[in-house]
Design a binder for this molecule. Sequence first.
Ligand code: GAL
Length: 971
Amino acid sequence: MNRSAPSRPEDSALPYYEALPYYEQVSPGTGGVAPRSWYAASDAASLSLDGRWRFRLSATADAHDDSFALPGYDASGWPELTVPGHWVLQGEGAYGAPAYTNTGYPFPVDPPRVPTENPTGDHLRVFGLPDDWPASGASVLRFEGVESCARVWLNGEELGEFKGSRLPHEFAVEGLLRPAGNVLAVRVHQWSSGSYLEDQDQWWLPGVFRAVTLRHRPDGPAYDFFVHTAYDHRTGLGTLRVEAGAGGRVTVPELGVDVPAGEAVTVPVEPWTAETPRLYAGELATPGGETVPFRAGFRTVAVEDGVLKVNGRRILFRGVNRHEFHPERGRAVDEATMRHDVLLMKRHNINAVRTSHYPPHPAFLDLCDELGLWVIDECDLETHGFTHDGWRGNPVDDERWTPALLDRAARMVERDKNHASVVMWSLGNECGTGAGLSAMARWIRDRDPSRPLHYEGDPSCADTDVYSRMYADHAEVERIGRHEDDDGPATRRQLPFILCEYGHAMGNGPGGLSEYQRLFETYERLQGGFVWEWIDHGIRDARYGYAYGGDFGEELHDGNFVCDGLLFPDRTPSPGLAEYKKVVEPVLIEGDGPAGTVRVTNRHDFADLGHLSFSWSFEADGEPVESGRLAVPPLAPGRSADVKLPAPPDAPRGAETGWTVRAVLAEDTAWADRGHLVAWGQLPVSGRQSVVSASGAAPVRGADVITLGPAVFDARTGDLRAVGPVPVAGLRLDIWRAPTDNDNGADWQAGRRFGPQWRAAGLHRMRHRRDQVALESDALTVRTRVAPAAGQFGLGAEYRWTADDAGRLTLTVSVTPEGDWRVPLPRLGVRLGLPSGATHARWFGGGPGEAYPDTRAASLLGRWEASVDNLQTPYVRPQENGARADVRRVEIGGLRVDGEPEFWFTARRWTTERLDAAGHRTDLVAGDTLWVNLDHALHGIGSQSCGPGPLPRHVLDVAPATFAFTFSAVE
Ligand code: GAL
């Protein structure tokens, strides 16, 4: 706990690298004490220094001397800001702005040098000690996170400086504290050599963004402690050994444990797993009189026979990558928000988190221990920007940086080693390869051999215990599942496989999750994955709604690539999260509807089904007819049972019928209430009867109009004008959609990027040539050709209208491709305009949320109702959204539409063209028409904003098609 001398930046006798100012030196810092575990709950005195601090921003690192750190300095004229916080998110623009880049460094790459323009925030806080602050013993000043480099003074004495933004740093301050008027001065530089190691894909957000605390350290050696636990699944015995300074005592009352620190004890226990997060409360009593509570979770993590196992069983990651983000506070995330994240994950069947790409706030890991999530804890390390120059100069392959890398590894492992939830350490993200990574791996293995190592960026897997990839497509993942990945060393083929990133949740999507899940369930080696990513990093902004890259005038930025989460920035779940919940549900419910049997499979890795209760409901045309409880045995993990459903209740003749079987929580849990829906399945019984086309009525030509049954058409153009009392505008074939981020694809993507191809082909500017308006005895037929300027291809589109005398009107659309089509279609259907007064839609079909061909697992057949506003999915960058799948019929704006076959339905208060042109939510302004799309088919979504595009079966190839809609006016 002794302070070492701070660096002397002005000493020019040192070699070039060391003569640089401290913030440019590659060294991780000076003056601090050795890293140790986080234990917030010790009974030693502690003083939070969070709150309002005096603040001064300078444009450069050397604009001011150190005098502000001296006691007596008058900072009364400085404004205040909140710690924890980022200065760029405070001061209403007065303190600069956030900047977003994905991989490119926002400064010239010349490591370890940083620009002269180096925003520097001087933070000052004056504090007194509480009256009961112990007179003896040491104290440390602890910083949980400061981006990117801080120099610290207490009462005018320099304590040292550090780098490693999302890692803790402590300084011993004995002899410096006074009862009152302590002056804590912290100078924070936005850019430092550490910035080269922190090129994660996120906003650059400088500041003291995590807590600052003063902690008393009672006398005695228990400066750090290491809770070692293991579980032997063969014997049911758990082993506990708490390593701490000599003389400590360890008690776990519930287990009758009372042993000296350092002594191993083996007792019968219930193991810890993410599904059954059993923790035992213990205490470490130090000779100095400190009591440190801890929670022991007993589990053993091992790679055995090429499989990652916990407590002897293969586990399957149903994971997400979580960055720390709050739309107003950036990475200064409060505990309520962290808890909210964990609860949302648990409620959506997520069982694992990769802390991309740095150790999270330590309280987050406490929540993972308590509520049950597997965690891959990743070090605060990414040097991705070096890839643009073939990894030249990569710090992880330059021994001068190795001390900084080892420092980061140690700060992560020491801080987080006592968490049961942490089952793997990850060296970092996207750093290429290098000896520095191997040095980190060696250090970690030596310090904590109990956890396997993860790193994705080295295809040789030299330093890792799992083979990890990101965004590999389904076919490749399947080859890996079969151990056919012969593009790497043979040793790699023996490793378990995970997708540390997949399912790029940018905008609408991700598509293709179900197909990945089937692979994970089929091949033992494929142990699941982590969707990229948890939350959109949109920053709340009056002008844009949510801002993304470029909105703050950055000269270099990566646009809305920072908005790629399963949650919107305000933490509202997006349809992608609903889809993921369904895809990874831990109970499979399938069966034979007509035979009345349901097959239930327990897909948990550890829990039996005793915590769930099952029910059935029988529906006719989407309306529940009867429901009841279903007795399902408490199946062990991996087991299935066929369960008999009751005799089907009576249903109206000709109705479409089926069973819905649901599994809900039988009792309240720590993460959701009893009744919370965990899994469901639908078993059709009798199918849908086809919609009979309206026929029999004869068209009548008037002066300007043609009437046919309930419909009125323009006599010259053949355009539909009204159905009964409902005015209809602009009904015509529609193939365009506002490209999604996944349609557009990433610009480095080699595959087919449909959005740009569609636009190049002119699909957003199709022209409709009217060839014929023909009256037949029982039909009005309008023939058109739909094609873009400059193209020698198009679609023949025939609209054939028939009606009956009972108020029904049928439109049969026949589409015939012409010419040489080289692109698939975004959509195929019709769109029409209704008066804007329509506020609600009711439909019988898939719901309640959005669905597309490869994002439809969560779409439940039933009767649904939604306001037009709620039919919109508010992607941060507006794009195609809101389709409902398998729609049999919809009522909207006084019109009922029955489809033959089923169709996709979308309604919005702006045109697709306006949606396409919008950059932010605030660009979408309701017009005076409600635009409705009735689609026969939609192109899939895929994941090409970073991963593979839609699977071939979800590509909407151009082909002849016929489909029909029957319209009638309703009350
Ligand atoms: C990965 C990277 C992530 C993120 C993602 C795309 O390559 O590890 O940090 O950039 O791509 O959103």
